[in-house]
Ligand binder design. Sequence first.
Ligand SMILES: [Mn+2]
Length: 321
Amino acid sequence: MYKEFIEKISRHKNIAVFSHVRPDGDCLGSQVAFCLWCRKNGIKATAFNEDGPADNLAWLQEFYPIEQPSFERLTEFDAFVILDGNALHRFGTVAESIVDLGKPIYMIDHHPQPDDIFEVGISRPDYSSTAELIYELYAEHDINQIDTPAAKAMYVGIVTDTGSYQFDSVTPNTLNAGAELLKRGEFKPNEVVEKVYATKTINQLHLLSKALDTITLHANQQIASICVTKAMFEATATQKEDTEGFVSYPLSISGVKACILFREDDDRIKISLRSRSEVDVNKWARQINGGGHKKAAAGWHTGPLEKAIEEVVAIGEQQLK
Ligand SMILES: [Mn+2]
């Protein structure tokens, strides 16, 4: 998978590596592990993210620094790599401008429908996570280069992008990658998982409690919705980041095939979609200004909330017919 990639990337001396805006465990874990791979192989890599990591992922920066990009610095680099996204606009305004520099851009990602601007693009929607793809890079090149920091970083990526190995994107290869990372990284899985997940505040749980109350079934109990309103944020002194993971709760209802989280933001209704059936939420999200994967996607609606629920449910219902 990586023959051409390794051959070409090795010719560069100084590269910039971007992870996508509003970074998650997969893009940051992949970025850290990939930059460590570069360092081990004589390529100077600078890790950039426009937003910076959330509190529960900030510890990954102990393994490799993640910096704020600037337009001025871009001229330093002779190539660019984007991870866990396949279109530059997902990486922020600085990353979007690299296309004008005429330098090679590489991509490693697991989302469908990639752009075609890349020198080499590793695009594998059949992989659970970008971190699993970075594991493949190590495995194909020299698996002994996986040290504890790289192993922990990739483990974070796989665990967070698979709902802790629960999603149907998990393959024998995913489990094998996890096993190799545990073996080579010499850490216990709970060590990493607690850092990533046991970080909730009481206010976040109060917000969750209010949101759970809104769960409603639609379309013959096959679609479930859950809502978070501005009033709920105010009542619990929380903010939009505090809804992380809420979308998964309705999916645990027996018989529910797909679910929708509606979040009232300042100027629009943010919509997250999850499926655990043949319902393709990527297709669904593309009809509401968004996209993603078959099983997890996002989009938005201009509102108000009631109208958004009605229209978005109706789109999903079409797929059930
Ligand atoms: Mn990912």
